[in-house]
Structure formats: structure tokens, C-alpha cells
Ligand binder design. Structure first.
Ligand SMILES: Cc1ncc(COP(=O)(O)O)c(C=O)c1O
Ligand SMILES: N[C@@H](CCCC[NH3+])C(=O)O
Length: 386
């Protein structure tokens, strides 16, 4: 994973930092783009996964669009140079200010998550004498079989419009002169590793597309969201199987020749290309437990504290030594959940060793916080070193 050159360079840097392998990122993006091209599928990158400037520049250069969830993300996408007709805007709570900004920028479409939001967009577009393109985000009640906290497509979740509200939704669309219906949108959850889940989604997408068409709507866009997971246990498994993923949609979605299929991938595109590099501050050998205390904590990588997420931990100062001791690997933050792993088997570890937390490219740097008045985390790029 890391070359000797990487590791000796890391030793000269101040820790903690996010290390980005932009070469791997490029390979991942090209693999995805090639696989999507085979079926003429459109990929929008879910910016929330990582809006690091250098990462965004690479993604834009690949030709992907941007899936945004705030006015800030829409502005950032425009600043980076994503084409406006490849920018989509989802989110359950778009403010009037954010909607007005997106209308002024003539983005491709709003993925609308409630009937009241439809009414507001119609009203705001009317004031500008514009027609807003909208896709209806439907909550299909499909179980993504992922962690409870990152499931979004069940009836109990706040996302999207539920099936029983669709008649009212259709009525609202019909009486809204400043809305142009372009299609339907779904996103059922994140870190999905069981691809069969997507077969179930396709069945529902086909049903809902038919439902709208039977009522006189032309469904031009089928947006199936993102959610493709990565292998956190094997970070060396670097590139997700995009070919298998897209093939499912090609096999199970009913797509007419005048329809476009859109995807919103986040984690799968960026997850494996970054690691959080941290230094051991202290080792405490207790009676019941041994603790490694790192200089990175939940303020730099929140996922383990938030949803007990696993990131493979390795002592990169001792790659040739066998794992011989079990440690709880924790951060310096004043919270008991500030823990990256319990009973982790590592070589005997000493103060000053470098520890890598792997697969942190998605929902890592972007979810960092200043809790405990922590300083900003810095980023280091492999292509700047050599
Ligand atoms: C609407 C929407 N699209 C796309 C994504 C990207 O998800 P992922 O990073 O799992 O591909 C998310 C986040 O879960 C989302 O909420
Ligand atoms: N932040 C979550 C994923 C949520 C995606 C946004 N709906 C994670 O780290 O896994």
C-alpha cells in the first residue's frame, strides 16, 4: 500500500494528515468512466463524499457531473468548472436562498424530496419567470442492507417522497406552470456491498417510471443514486467492481432509447485513495487493556465514533514485524467514543510510530470538526512528493 519512499517521507511531516494517492484516484475514475460508457450511463459525483479541491479537479476532468446537497456544494461545483447542465441538487431541506441560487445558475435539475418543496420551487421559479427542471426523489422502501444510520430508502427515513404521496405529487406537478418534470430519482443508502439490493431497486424504478408514464408524464431521466460500497477490510482491493455494478442496471432496468440513466457515486470513487496518517503519542499498558493513543481522533475521522465504522489500522513504521499485541487504538479527544478500533492486533508499538487508518477518502476529511478546538487537518498528495 505504501512504498518505503512514502513512509520515509511521512516521517519528515507533521502529523496527522490525510495522504491522497492521486494516481490511484485517477485509475479509479477512469475505470468507472470506461465501465459507464459501455452502457451510455451518466455519472454525477456525490460531492458530499469529498470536496477536497484537488480531488474535485480530477473528477471534473474525468467528465463526470456533480451531485450537490447544499448551495455551498452547487457554488463549489460551478467554481471548479463542472458544466451547469451536469449539476443536480438534492436534499430534504433546501432553503429559499439555495433554491434561488440554483435557479440563477440554471443547473440541470432539482431532485425534489417533498410536495411542499415542489410548491416552493414553483413559486420561486415563477418570480424569476423561469421553469425549473425537477426530478421526483421517490422513497421506494427498499432495504439497502447496510448500517442502520446510512440507510435512506425505507419508509421510516426522512428522504424522498413516499409512494402514497405520489398521486398528490402528480397533481401538484400538473398545476405548477414553472416546473418541468424530467424524471425520477432514488438513493437508498450508502456502503452497499450486496449488489442484489440493486436488483430490487431496479424493479421499483421500473414500476414507478411506468406509474408516471401512465399518467401522461415523460420520464426522461432515471436517476438511481449511488451507494456502491468499498472493501474496508481489504484496502488493497483498491478499485470497486464498477463493471458488475453497472451491468446490474443494464440487465434489470427497463430503459427506452429516449431515456438517460444517471448515477450519483461518492464513496466508490474516492474511498480507497486516501489514508489518515497519524503518530503514536503514547502507549499505555494496562492490566486488562493496552492503549495506543494517536494524535488523530474523531475530530479528523468521525466515522468510527458515529457508526462504529471499521477502517483498517496498520503500523507503517513496523511493516516487517508480526502482529503480536492487542491494542485499543484511540484518539486524544475528550469522548469515550473517540476510538478507532478495539483489540486490534499490531506489532509491539512505540511512541513515535506512524499509524495509517486506511480507506478514508470518503466521508473522512470532509466530516472533520473543530471540537476541542482542534486545528485544521492538512492534506498531502503523492504526486507532489515525487
Ligand atoms: C442523494 C444522494 N446521492 C448520492 C449519495 C452518495 O452515496 P455514496 O457515497 O454511498 O455513493 C448520497 C449519500 O449517501 C446521497 O444522499
Ligand atoms: N457519511 C456516511 C455516509 C452518508 C452518506 C450521505 N447520505 C459515511 O461515512 O458512511
Amino acid at each position: 500500500m505504501f512504498s518505503d519512499k512514502d513512509i520515509s517521507h511521512f516521517a519528515s511531516l507533521e502529523t496527522p494528515f490525510y495522504f491522497y494517492d492521486l494516481t490511484l484516484l485517477q485509475k479509479t475514475l477512469s475505470t468507472c468512466a470506461d465501465a459507464a460508457k459501455l452502457y451510455n450511463f451518466h455519472v454525477h459525483y456525490a460531492m458530499k463524499a469529498n470536496f477536497n479541491q484537488r480531488v474535485l479537479e480530477k473528477i471534473k476532468a474525468t467528465g463526470f457531473g456533480a451531485d450537490c446537497v447544499s448551495g455551498g456544494e452547487v457554488s463549489k461545483a460551478i467554481e471548479i468548472g463542472f458544466s451547469k447542465d451536469q449539476i443536480v441538487f438534492a436534499g430534504v431541506g433546501k432553503s429559499d436562498k439555495e433554491i434561488n441560487g440554483a435557479l440563477d445558475n440554471d443547473i440541470f435539475c432539482f431532485n425534489v424530496e417533498s410536495i411542499q418543496e415542489l410548491e416552493v420551487i414553483n413559486e420561486l421559479a415563477g418570480k424569476k419567470n423561469k421553469k425549473a427542471r425537477v426530478a421526483i426523489r421517490i422513497n421506494p422502501n427498499v432495504d439497502a442492507h447496510t448500517h442502520h444510520n446510512i440507510t435512506t430508502g425505507l419508509d421510516e427515513n426522512k428522504f424522498g417522497i413516499n409512494s402514497w404521496d405520489l398521486p398528490l405529487c402528480a397533481e401538484t406537478l400538473k398545476k405548477s406552470p414553472n416546473l418541468e418534470f424530467i424524471g425520477i430519482h432514488f438513493h437508498i443508502g450508502s456502503q452497499i456491498t450486496n449488489l442484489d439490493v440493486y436488483k430490487n431497486l431496479c424493479v421499483r424504478v421500473n414500476e414507478f417510471a411506468e406509474w408516471f408514464e401512465e399518467r401522461g408524464f415523460t420520464v426522461k431521466v432515471l436517476n438511481v443514486g449511488g451507494g456502491l460500497g468499498i472493501d474496508y477490510h481489504n484496502p488493497e482491493q483498491q478499485i470497486p467492481d464498477f463493471a458488475a455494478y453497472f451491468k446490474i442496471f443494464s440487465d434489470f432496468l427497463n430503459v427506452r432509447s429516449n431515456q438517460e440513466v444517471h448515477f450519483e457515486l461518492g464513496r466508490a470513487l474516492v474511498g480507497q485513495s486516501s489514508s489518515l496518517i497519524s503518530k503514536v503519542l503514547y502507549v499505555k499498558n494496562g492490566k486488562k487493556k493496552n492503549f495506543i493513543i494517536l494524535d488523530a481522533g474523531m475530530t479528523e475521522l468521525m466515522r468510527p465514533a458515529l457508526y462504529q465504522a471499521y477502517h483498517k489500522i496498520s503500523n507503517i513504521s513496523r511493516v516487517s514485524e508480526p502482529n503480536s499485541v492487542k491494542y485499543d487504538v484511540v484518539g486524544p479527544i475528550c469522548e469515550s467514543t473517540d476510538c478507532f478500533g478495539k483489540e486490534v492486533e499490531l506489532p509491539g508499538t512505540l511512541r513515535g510510530d506512524l499509524i495509517a487508518l486506511n480507506s478514508t477518502g470518503a466521508y473522512g476529511e470532509v466530516m472533520a470538526s473543530h471540537y476541542n478546538l482542534r486545528e485544521n487537518i492538512v492534506s498531502v498528495y503523492n504526486t507532489d512528493i515525487y
